[in-house]
Design a protein around this ligand. Structure first.
Ligand code: NAD
Ligand code: UDP
Length: 341
């Protein structure tokens, strides 16, 4: 297919995407990552799954000279840009670090791409750019709003930077992907989500409860206006998401333009339904307590995923049972996450 540079390719979504890319024998892959939220041993796992080892450059996307060197040597056809900080709560405590890492880092990357004539980019955005939507089912025509956290605002800023670059140079091809809730793990049990410290997100939290690393789950709110009172989200299996990147990359390379797609399953699942799905496969059920609502949570939202289906020919293939089975397999085999520092 092509020669691809993957920023943040050692992280959760990036590593699963690298596995899909390496599954195409005509695809050359180099990861550029500063390992601030990932471990080098991910590369061994990728090699075990694919029998191929991606190139690796340890560098920070804010380091313009290192980026220029890497792009000059690799000469990629396209960049898939995952690198960034992603914790909403932390971004409220450290907004300047988030703008520096995400926005300044992306700007350095685009400058290096322009310098070396690299004109194709697929970017990891987020459904958070929609803020509080008018309706729970969100199409891409929903307006992008001022972010309700510094993290969300960095995604809005980068989307606008990419749009403006394309407007100034129409040969630049941009594919913005707005993820809903990425969850799950590779079915080999060799790769999955490995958060630092106590997880904030639902799936890694339940996964750690399931293996006894955490005592119980707190369900944040059971008095929402939803059928069982708990919040509803669009959980998407990370392997489906990775395949969405393959479809987007091919579209970006073959039909240059400016595109934005929702990547979600197109259906809502409640927190209670996730817990029930987990309990269906466990001998010892997940213990949980209902707590207060978490500030800032929206009762219900999920993707309208028809645009990606129609234009990219992509749709999700994994259901909630696959998600909990694969998450549990990964967590059980790697209770402390990836080996190494
Ligand atoms: P992750 O933290 O697992 O992966 C990000 C990777 O980028 C890590 O390996 C980290 O070391 C690297 N990185 C961070 N800052 C860097 C820098 N300055 N220079 C070089 N490398 C750097 O996160 P993820 O869940 O795989 O998310 C990937 C992308 O998708 C992020 O941009 C994130 O904002 C976006 N996203 C994630 C979610 C989610 O729920 N996981 C949802 C929507 C969007
Ligand atoms: N949630 C929960 N307990 C937790 C973590 C999350 O009940 O320990 C709920 C949270 O309130 C939300 C849903 O699970 O309704 C998904 O939260 P997550 O942080 O995974 O993703 P978000 O949709 O907030 O990005």
């Amino acid at each position: 297919m092509a020669n691809i540079l993957v920023t943040g390719g050692c992280g959760y979504i990036g590593s699963h995407t690298v596995v899909e890319l390496l599954g195409d024998p005509s695809c050359q892959v180099t990861i550029l990552d500063n390992l601030s939220n990932s471990k080098r041993s991910v590369l061994d796992r990728i090699e075990r799954i694919t029998s191929r080892r991606p190139g690796f450059v340890q560098a920070d996307i804010r380091d313009g000279a290192a980026l220029s060197r890497a792009l000059g040597e690799i000469r990629p056809d396209a960049v898939i840009h995952f690198a960034g900080l992603k914790a909403v709560g932390e971004s409220c405590q450290k907004p300047l670090e988030y703008y520096d890492n995400n926005v300044c880092g992306s700007l350095r990357l685009l400058e290096a791409m322009r310098e070396h004539g690299v004109k194709n980019i697929v970017f990891s955005s987020s459904a958070t750019v929609y803020g509080t939507p008018a309706n729970p089912r969100i199409p891409e025509t929903e307006p992008v709003k001022r972010g309700n956290s510094p993290y969300a605002q960095t995604k809005v800023d980068i989307e606008w930077m990419l749009e403006d670059w394309h407007r100034a140079d129409s040969s630049v091809s941009v594919c913005i992907l707005r993820y809903f809730n990425p969850v799950g793990a590779h079915q080999s049990g060799l790769m999955g989500e490995d958060p630092l410290g106590i997880p904030n997100n639902l799936m890694p939290y339940i996964a750690q409860v399931s293996v006894g690393r955490l005592p119980h789950l707190n369900i944040w709110g059971n008095d929402y206006p939803t059928p069982d009172g708990t919040c509803i989200r669009d959980y998407i299996h990370v392997v489906d998401l990775a395949r969405g990147h393959m479809a987007a990359l091919s579209h970006c390379l073959n039909r240059p333009g400016l595109y934005a797609y929702n990547l979600g399953a197109g259906r809502g699942i409640s927190v209670q339904q996730i817990v029930d799905a987990y309990n269906a496969i466990l001998e010892k059920p997940i213990s949980y307590v209902y707590g207060p609502r978490r500030p800032g949570d929206i009762a219900e939202y999920y993707a309208d995923a028809t645009k990606a289906a129609e234009e990219l020919g992509w749709r999700t293939e994994h259901g909630v049972e696959d998600i909990v089975r694969d998450t549990y397999r990964w967590q059980k085999a790697n209770p402390e996450g990836y080996p190494g520092d």
